[in-house]
Structures are given as C-alpha cells and as structure tokens.
Write a protein that binds this ligand. Structure first.
Ligand code: HEM
Ligand code: HEM
Length: 175
C-alpha cells in the first residue's frame, strides 16, 4: 500500500482529538481555578458535567483508535521519538479515563447532585464521605489531573517542533 506523506488521521479521530484537547485544557483550568472563581460563576457543576462528557468521548475515542489504524509516521522520525510519542499518547488515553473516573468517585461522596449541564442527573457511585476510596480518588484526581500540564506542554512542544522546524508532515496528520 502506498502511504503518502499527506495521509492524515481520519476525520472522526481528528474531531475527537481537538474537541477533547480543548475540553481538557478548560477542565484543568477550572479544576485549578475553582476556589478563586467560585464567586463569579458556578465552576464545579460545569467542571463535573464537562468531565463526564470527556469520559464518554474518550471511551469512544479509545474504541475508535483500537479499531482504526493510524497513518504511519514518516520514516525520518527516529525510533526513540516514535517510542516516546507512543508512550505519551497511551498515557494520555489512560489519564483521559482515570482522571474523570476518580473525579466522579470523589464527587459521588459529596452532597451535591451531579448534573449534566442542568439537563439530567448523573448517577452517583456508593462512596462514603471520608472513606478510603473517597480519599484515594481525591488524591489520585489531583495528582493525575495536574500531570496533564507537563504532558500537554511536552506534546505541544513536539507538535510545534515537527510543524515549524522539521516540517515533516507529522503536525498536518492531526489538522
Ligand atoms: C478530564 C477530566 C478532568 C480533569 C482534567 C480534571 C482536573 C481537575 C483538577 C486539575 C483539579 C484541581 C486539583 C487540585 O486543586 O489540586 C480538579 C478538582 C476537582 N475535580 Fe476534576 N477533573 C476532571 C474531571 C472531573 C469529573 C468528571 C468530576 C466529577 C464528576 C470532577 C470533580 C472534581 C472535584 C469535586 C474537584 C475539587 C476537589 C477539591 O478541591 O477538593 N473532576 N479536577
Ligand atoms: C489536552 C491536550 C491534548 C491531548 C490530551 C492530546 C492527545 C493526543 C493523543 C492521545 C494523540 C495520539 C493519537 C493516536 O494515535 O491515537 C495525539 C496526537 C497528536 N496531537 Fe495531541 N493532544 C492534545 C493537544 C494537542 C495540541 C494543542 C496539538 C498541536 C499543537 C496536538 C497535536 C497532535 C499531533 C500533531 C498528533 C499526531 C501525532 C502523530 O502523528 O503521532 N495535540 N494527541
């Protein structure tokens, strides 16, 4: 098969990549800013609803990724770079699921209902406030949520290096 330099991720993969990327950046900002912003708008209900949406989209995206082979990288990309990109990408998939799941568990232990943008209730897991599960989920949510920041910086740095300096078509595969 002829894999041209212009071959891209398919439209579904590209759409999901960008929708989820923007939502995650907003989500990290809301998570970190919720104390400071809580007087101006109800940050947490939006954080929870957006996070649940990210979970659903990410599960579908993972299914899509496993059932659709991505285009191969250009042969000019050294093996160590391809391997580190794959490691970061799989870590992203893990976090895209583990971060909202831990958020959902910790929010289940709170007293506020979890709603999807005021339209319907999202069920809560039976998690007791102060239980070991609630504490672990809380800790995990904060640590893994913040882990997104250096990984996103690394990922954007790599994308721009390919797009602006190497100009090898790697960035175009996702545009
Ligand atoms: C990809 C999705 C998500 C990301 C990236 C994310 C990220 C974050 C971050 C960075 C924080 C701040 C942690 C800190 O202050 O140390 C946070 C806090 C929080 N998140 Fe999320 N979150 C996500 C999904 C969710 C979901 C789905 C829920 C609940 C349904 C949720 C509930 C919470 C709650 C209740 C807090 C406040 C914890 C506290 O300050 O005690 N999050 N989130
Ligand atoms: C929260 C932000 C982001 C997350 C979580 C994220 C996640 C991912 C994941 C998981 C992949 C692997 C796709 C696969 O093979 O299944 C990927 C690929 C890619 N991303 Fe992102 N991304 C984010 C933001 C960005 C941004 C801002 C850019 C551009 C500046 C970008 C450019 C790319 C490119 C070019 C690829 C394709 C790499 C390749 O061909 O191997 N991403 N991203």
């Amino acid at each position: 098969m002829d894999y041209g330099r212009n071959e891209k991720y398919n439209g579904v993969a590209r759409l999901l990549h960008w929708v989820i990327a923007l939502a995650i950046i907003a989500e990290v900002a809301m998570g970190l800013g919720h104390e400071a912003w809580k007087d101006s708008f109800a940050v947490m209900p939006i954080h929870k609803a957006t996070g649940i949406t990210i979970l659903a989209l990410s599960l579908f995206r993972l299914y899509w990724r496993l059932s659709h082979k991505p285009p191969p990288l250009p042969s000019t990309v050294p093996g160590w770079q391809a391997a580190s990109a794959a490691a970061v990408h799989w870590l992203f998939y893990f976090l895209m699921i583990a971060v909202p799941v831990t958020g959902w568990l910790l929010a289940s232990s709170g007293k506020s209902p979890i709603q999807w943008f005021g339209l319907f209730d999202i069920p809560k897991w039976p998690v007791e406030k102060g239980s070991a599960l609630a504490e672990t989920a809380h800790e995990g949510h904060e640590i893994m949520g913040k882990l997104f920041i250096p990984l996103i910086m690394l990922h954007i740095g790599a994308a721009l290096y390919h797009g602006l300096s190497r100009k090898d078509g790697v960035l175009r595969r996702m545009l």
